[in-house]
Design a protein around this ligand. Structure first.
Ligand SMILES: Cc1cc2nc3c(=O)[nH]c(=O)nc-3n(C[C@H](O)[C@H](O)[C@H](O)COP(=O)(O)OP(=O)(O)OC[C@H]3O[C@@H](n4cnc5c(N)ncnc54)[C@H](O)[C@@H]3O)c2cc1C
Ligand code: FES
Length: 241
């Protein structure tokens, strides 16, 4: 079920040097959201930017959702500062499993990973989160959790290096990952792709399956998947990165 809502921003927290966490008060979206699903956000009143911007759901609460907004360009900067936002969601395929899982997230890609862990902690064996430098905010105590391993490129906290340096193949586990493309490519080389699921943060146009702006090539045949409607979660052996 998909909802259109105008949501007030009820909290805004600085996460690190280029990311904020925003809490949106919703009527319905939070009740139907699964990890991996996303919302399409637009600034109400005006057409700048014209297209909605997709953001993964980072957590739900009894009357709202959280998203992590990395301020990359015009759209995300305005979204990070807005007092209310026009939302469509939840969109896309979520990720759910009953098998023991290892979760890997990097940069803004930690959003669906945190949501998965908070919603289904019983199936999570461990969580590996990577950052360039340690975030200022230990949001909901996630970094102190015993199952969570932190990796920073500058060694400011946790282990030094890249998340892929500390991810090893365990053929009894399922892997769920989200992050920059080089991270996903490196994971695909280390983890058996039939046990590895990606949540993709591709560029999007319409967000509704019409423009093919989000297309990702299928490994089998000549076709493409649309990340907005057939993803963003795919098994790694189904797609070419
Ligand atoms: C399913 C999905 C989930 C996402 N979840 C999150 C999330 O939880 N948190 C988050 O911060 N972002 C997330 N993104 C990415 C986010 O949608 C883009 O960063 C945002 O749309 C950029 O808009 P902008 O107007 O700020 O940037 P633009 O002005 O359009 O571009 C500014 C710069 O950002 C780069 N850029 C734009 N889009 C992307 C992208 N998708 N990936 C990498 N670089 C990009 C451009 O190349 C350019 O250099 C997600 C994307 C998808 C498809
Ligand atoms: S963004 Fe237009 S088809 Fe996916």
């Amino acid at each position: 079920m998909v909802f259109f809502e105008e949501c007030p921003v009820t909290e805004r927290l600085k996460f690190d040097y280029d990311k904020v966490l925003i809490r949106l008060k919703c009527m319905k979206i939070h009740e139907y959201s699964e990890p991996g699903q996303f919302i399409e956000i637009k600034i109400p009143d005006g057409n700048d930017p014209l297209l909605r911007r997709p953001f993964s759901i980072a957590d739900t609460e009894k009357d709202g959702v959280w998203v992590i907004v990395q301020q990359r360009g015009r759209g995300s900067k305005k979204i990070a500062e807005a007092e209310k936002l026009d939302i469509i969601g939840p969109l896309g395929t979520g990720f759910k499993t009953t098998k023991k899982s290892i979760l890997v997230g990097g940069g803004s890609g930690i959003a669906p990973i945190i949501f998965f862990y908070r919603k289904y902690p019983e199936v999570v064996e461990s969580v590996i989160l990577g950052f360039r430098t340690m975030p200022e905010l230990n949001w909901k105590g996630i970094f102190s959790d015993e199952k969570v391993k932190i990796v920073t490129e500058d060694g400011s906290s946790g282990l030094k290096g890249l998340v892929t340096d500390y991810t090893t193949m365990d053929s009894s586990k399922i892997y769920f990952a989200c992050g920059p493309t080089p991270m996903m490519k490196a994971l695909k080389n280390k983890i058996s792709p039939d046990r590895l699921y990606f949540s993709l943060e591709s560029y999007m146009g319409c967000g509704t399956g019409i423009c093919m702006g989000c297309a990702v090539k299928k490994t089998k045949g000549d076709g493409y998947f649309r990340v907005c409607t057939e993803g963003p979660v795919f098994r790694a052996d189904e797609i070419e990165l």
